[in-house]
Design a protein around this ligand. Structure first.
Ligand SMILES: [Zn+2]
Length: 120
């Protein structure tokens, strides 16, 4: 998985709630090594076949079929990759919230520390 090629996020509610943050890789690049009984297929559309965790419903990855969607390929949720530093990774934001899918901008990812700050 080459994150130097950039990643894509969408601002729509579905992608936000499912934690979807994707990077593209090859059509056969993903192999499920364990826990396949917890992987569910979401309803397919002509462009994309999404796989989710049947327990928490996070989007794991999806197969892109349609050439107009950049396929064939596999979109992987980069949040789920082990041993990867996402700080500074290029993120292109798409406007799915307005259903236009326009590129809103491309920025380096800045991680946010969710721990509460202590006052000194
Ligand atoms: Zn979206």
């Amino acid at each position: 998985m080459d994150l130097a090629k950039g990643t894509v996020r969408c601002n729509c509610r579905g992608c936000t709630k499912r934690g979807w943050w994707m990077a593209r890789t090859g059509p056969d690049a993903v192999e499920i090594l364990a826990g396949e009984d917890h992987v569910s297929e979401a309803p397919a559309n002509p462009y994309f076949q999404r796989r989710t965790c049947s327990a928490c419903h996070v989007t794991l990855f999806g197969t892109v079929r349609a050439p107009e969607a950049g396929g064939p390929g596999t979109n992987v949720n980069v949040r789920l990759l082990d041993d990867v530093t996402l700080e500074g990774v290029s993120v292109t934001w798409l406007d799915g919230l307005s259903d236009t899918w326009e590129v809103l901008g491309t920025v380096p990812h800045v991680p946010v520390d969710p721990r509460p700050r202590r006052s000194s």
